[in-house]
Structures are given as C-alpha cells and as structure tokens.
Design a protein around this ligand. Structure first.
Ligand code: ATP
Length: 592
C-alpha cells in the first residue's frame, strides 16, 4: 500500500528531522555500519532503542500471545526455495522499479506515480499502465528531477536470495514475512493445539525485503521486525467473541469513503461497525478491537490513528477483507499493521506443494450417515479391454462417481484416458451407492492474520511522544513515553560529586533495581543537564540525592516528574514501593 494514502508526502518535516537527530544522539537508532559509509535500509537500535523496542515486543507478546491464549514459536529466518514457490513469493513478491536515466537512482514506480498524481493505489495498476501514467504526467526523478517518461518499469522481486550449504544446489531466501515460518509448521502445530480449532500461533522476528528505495529512517528498511499472529479458524463453525471488544471505539476509513471526494473517517464502535456491515469479517473486527486499546497503551496518539480498509485492487486475490492500522506522521499516513482474512490460501498451497496434511479433523456433534458412490475397485479386466492401465481407469471412474453420479445413469459412462474419450458400459463399472456413517471430516482451516511492524510502531511511538516546551526560560525537548515502554523508568543522581552522596545514590539504585525498575545512574554535569538528558530519552522520573538525604533525620530524596517537572520529597524507605505503584498504574504522582 501507499505510505501516503490521502496525504501529501512531506519528507523531512521538522518533527521527523529533529526526532532522527535525537534518536542518533541519544542512542535510539542510527544507520548501521556507519564507519563503512552505511548502507541504505539497515538501522541499529542503540541502547535506548533496543530497550524501547524490547518493551513494545513484550507488550505485544503479553496481549496477543499470553492474554489471548495463543502459542508463540521462533522459526528460522532462512527457508528453502520450495516454501516460497508454494507461498507465491517467488513468482509475485515484486515491486515496480523505475531507474532514473540521469542519476541512476532506483525508485518505486508506484510511489513516483502516487506522489505526483491523483492515483492512490498505483500498486494495483499493470506495469504498462504505470509506464503510460509516468509519460502522460511527465513525472520526474525524485532525486535529481530528470524526466522518467519512456523509462521501462520492471517487476523487481524483493526477496534476498542465498545458497544453503556449499554450491548452488539448494537455493534459499531470507523470509520476507515471519508468517511462512508458521504456515509450514502447521502439521505439527495443530498437534500442540490437540487438533482443535480455533487456535493462534504468534511469532516476533526479523523479516527481510530488498526494498527498492528504503526511506524515512526506520519506516521502510530492508531488515525489520514483525510481530505476527496467524489465527486458524473453522470457517463454518468458529465465531469470535465480539462481546469482548464491541464497545471499543474505533476510527474507520472504509473503502467506500476513500472512493468519494469528501470521504470521511467514521468514528464508531466495533460492535456497531459489524452490525452496519462497515467491517465485513467478524474475525477482522475482533482483532481491530483488540489492537486499538493496545496501540493506545504503548503510546500511539489516538487522534493520529485510524484503521483503513484496503481498496479492492490493493487486496490479495484470496483476501476476503483487509484493513490496515495507520498512524499519522507529519501529515502522512503510514501503515503500522495489516489485518487480513486470508481464507485457506496459505495452507492449501503448502498442502499442494509439500504433500503433507494441512487439515484438521472436524468432529460432528453426532455421527452423520452419508451416501457414497463407489465403483468396482477391481477392474483389472477393464485395462486391456479399454486400452489403458486398469488403475488409471479405476481412479478416473472413482473420481467421476464422487462428483457426478448422474453420469452413471445412462448405458455408458465417458472418461478421458490419455486425451481420448472412452465409453465404458455402466454395468461393467460396478457402480453402487452405499451408506456410510462418518464422525467428521478433514477441513483446511482459514487464517486471520494480524501482522504488525515493530520498527514503524517504535518510530510512531517516539514521534507521537516528541514534545518541546520551556522550563525556567530554557527550551526543553522531552519524550512523553508511557512508563510501560520507556527504556528507563527512573534516573538517579547524586547532587554533587561527593562520596557520601554517591554512596547513598548507589544504595538507592540497588534498591530500585531489586524492585524490578529500570534505572539509569548519572553523576556527570550539573543537575539541570542531567534532567535534560533523561527528559530527552523519555525517563518518566528522576531522583536526586542531596545533603538533606544523608542528614540523619532527613532520609528523603527529591523525585521529579518528567512531563510537569513537578518535584516532591519522598522518603527513601518508601521510594521503591511508591515508584513501583506508579509504574503499575496503581498510584499517580500528583496523588502523593
Ligand atoms: N520495509 C519495511 N520496513 C519496515 N517495516 C515494514 C516494511 N515492510 C513491511 N513492514 C511492516 O510489516 C507490516 C506487515 O507487512 P505487509 O506485508 O502487510 O506490509 P506492506 O503492505 O507490504 O507494507 P508497504 O506497503 O508499506 O510496503 C507492515 O504493516 C509494516 O508495519
């Protein structure tokens, strides 16, 4: 999809620029391998970024694996070629590439079209049409301004290829999504679920896409982290428990609204959206309802968040319905996650290509009596008589009996043998209809997939938390991160370089760490500068140990809150307990 759906691309808006600078300076994220000049699309999360990302992943695991009762697996990132033949990635996981004839820069042709025309869904256009649009609108290279008309647009496969073992006899690919690692293990995973649908399998891990033009720092990279849930359901019998999410308020931007000039985002509840048919699939609705409060809890600003339905051309052909979670960044909407109903497409493909069983046995409430059409399984006499291998004749007739009993009502049945039509007298086929009692049947589960990008979410959380204000006549930058995800919960400072103050501060650090809080100790520079440093990385509280603390009858410290900069004196003895209660949301700083 387009990153800029319904908004204009305004790369390098102030907040993003300042955030990227802060991220590098304070250890959130920066371009990798900088000593060697860096390479586009690869980023390293520094100490703060790795901690924030880890907290977001833990929060995702708590909500989508643990709280939902789903399993979690950890599959390899390299998989052999047949997996991607089956999944369709080898054949069709392409983006449209156009190269600038002047500067040689590569661009995504659909993005070039979307950025400078009214087309919103250029990805779904056939290549020749994209070439025509580029010529018709006289579109130019975003890097150097040279005209792109007449340049060939090519399909470029996004998978990174490798060889497994020496030589090139076993090609493999770095997975472009974590999902395939779950699908291919379905025959084993269903056993861990005791062959009972519905069940869900999650995975948090790296995915790799050789993006044509990685951009906007960690929003589009070539190596990124996904958190995916594959939820396997019986399409005929399973239904989500919508009551659990029906009152969740959501901002929805359905396809129908996107197609009109004055289309609007609809503010409604999940329950009402299902009832009114705005969200077609109840499973997708359920996961949108779970996701919205979760996004809010990790710090996404709900005034800058919506669910956008895919336009029909944007959807994979097998996907019955698909919605994206989107966040607004400097006037652009970016995709944070996709929620798709993928039908039985993935499991059927892997069954077909691997020959393994990707079904679950659906037990009926009561055994059922069914009629089954059979033919004589021993028709060895038919082989020579009808010119063909007897086994082939039998299986052709069996297949026909299974799907078209009426074919056996006349005097003779017609089957195709090696391209020739043969007539076989019905009485020679041994055709019969038998009654059979069956306890259930094998069904291929359907898949509902919430697929989250972690890096884009980390970027959004930082962007939405970015604040500037003035404290004591000085400009200040701070990140209003929720305590649940902030890399450090509390900074501890001795007021001055004094052995007694430092010893007391060390003791407090130990106490707080023992209570499970993440603590940063800082004794360099004046107190004001130390506060600024913690503000900039989003540390919710700072504790200062001063001379009052170490006076015998005055064992208190100053605790300062990041957002308001309000300060209170708290007893050292109760510090760990009080801060833990705040961290858990049981107490507010202004109640102290
Ligand atoms: N190159 C990338 N860099 C960072 N995150 C990505 C990248 N590609 C996909 N993701 C994340 O993985 C999630 C699920 O992947 P999905 O295949 O649905 O993305 P997509 O629709 O191909 O994304 P886009 O259209 O932006 O390329 C996305 O919502 C996004 O958060």
């Amino acid at each position: 999809m387009s990153e800029t759906a319904n908004a204009t691309e305004t790369e390098g808006e102030p907040t993003s620029e300042k955030l990227v600078e802060l991220a590098k300076r304070r250890g959130y994220f920066f371009q990798s391998s900088g000593s060697y000049g860096g390479v586009g699309g690869f980023y390293t999360f520094g100490p703060q970024g790795a901690a924030l990302k880890g907290n977001v992943e833990d929060a995702w695991r708590d909500r989508f694996a643990v709280a939902e009762g789903n399993m979690e697996i950890d599959a390899p990132t390299i998989m052999p070629e047949p997996v991607f033949e089956a999944s369709g990635h080898l054949e069709g996981f392409d983006d449209m590439l156009v190269e600038c004839p002047d500067c040689g820069e590569s661009h995504r042709a659909d993005h070039v079209v979307e950025d400078d025309t009214e087309y919103e869904d250029a990805e779904s256009l056939p290549i020749p049409e994209v070439e025509e649009v580029i010529a018709e609108y006289e579109l130019v290279c975003p890097s150097c301004g040279a005209g792109l008309a007449g340049q060939a647009v090519e399909a470029f496969n996004l998978m990174f290829a490798t060889n497994i073992g020496p030589g090139d006899s076993q090609p493999g690919y770095l997975r472009p999504e974590t999902a395939q690692g779950i699908f291919v293990e379905f025959p084993r995973l269903k056993e861990y679920a005791r062959n009972q649908l519905p069940f869900g399998v999650t995975q948090i891990g790296r995915a790799y896409r050789n993006e044509i033009s990685p951009r906007r720092s960690i929003i589009r990279t070539r190596e990124f982290t996904q958190a995916e849930l594959e939820y396997f359901v019986d399409p005929e019998t399973d239904e989500p428990d919508l009551e659990r999410v029906e009152n969740v308020e959501v901002a929805l931007y359905p396809a129908s609204e996107q197609q009109t000039d004055d289309g609007e985002v609809i503010e409604t509840t999940v329950g009402a959206a299902v009832e009114e048919g705005v969200i077609g699939d109840p499973w997708v609705a359920y996961f949108l309802g779970v996701a919205k409060p979760w996004y809010e809890s990790v710090g996404v600003d709900m005034d800058r968040f919506r669910f956008r339905q895919h336009l029909s051309g944007e959807r994979a052909h097998y996907a019955a319905d698909c919605w994206d979670a989107e966040s607004e960044i400097d006037g652009n909407w970016i995709e944070l996650a996709g929620f798709a109903y993928r039908s039985d497409y993935d499991l059927s493909k892997h069954a077909e290509h691997s020959g393994d069983r990707f079904t679950v046995f659906r037990q009926y409430d009561e055994p059922k009596t069914v009629e089954r059409a059979t033919v004589d399984p021993d028709m060895s006499y038919l082989g020579p008589e009808f010119g063909g291998d007897a086994q082939t004749v039998v299986s052709e007739l069996e297949a026909l009996a299974g799907r078209d009993r009426a074919a056996f009502e006349g005097d003779a049945v017609e089957i195709d043998l090696e391209g020739e039509t043969r007539e076989i007298p019905v009485e020679k086929t041994g055709f019969a209809v038998e009654e059979e009692t069956i306890a259930g049947e094998h069904v291929t589960p359907h898949v509902v997939e919430p697929s989250f990008g972690v890096d884009r979410l980390v970027y959004t959380v930082l962007h939405h938390a970015y604040r500037e204000d003035e404290v004591d006549g000085e400009e200040r930058t701070y990140l209003e991160l929720p305590p649940e995800v902030a890399p450090t919960f509390v900074g501890v400072f001795p007021l001055q370089n004094d052995a007694d103050l430092e010893a007391q501060a060390d003791e407090i650090v130990d106490d707080l760490r023992e209570a499970g809080l993440s603590v940063s100790y800082d004794d360099s520079g004046n107190i004001g500068r130390r506060y600024r440093r913690q503000d900039e990385v989003g540390t919710p509280f700072c504790v200062t140990v001063d001379y009052e603390t170490i006076e015998e009858d005055q064992t208190t410290v100053t605790v300062r809150e990041r957002d308001t900069t309000a300060q209170k004196r708290l007893s050292v003895d109760e510090l760990a307990e009080t801060l833990t209660a705040i961290r858990e949301g049981d107490l507010a700083f202004d109640e102290l």
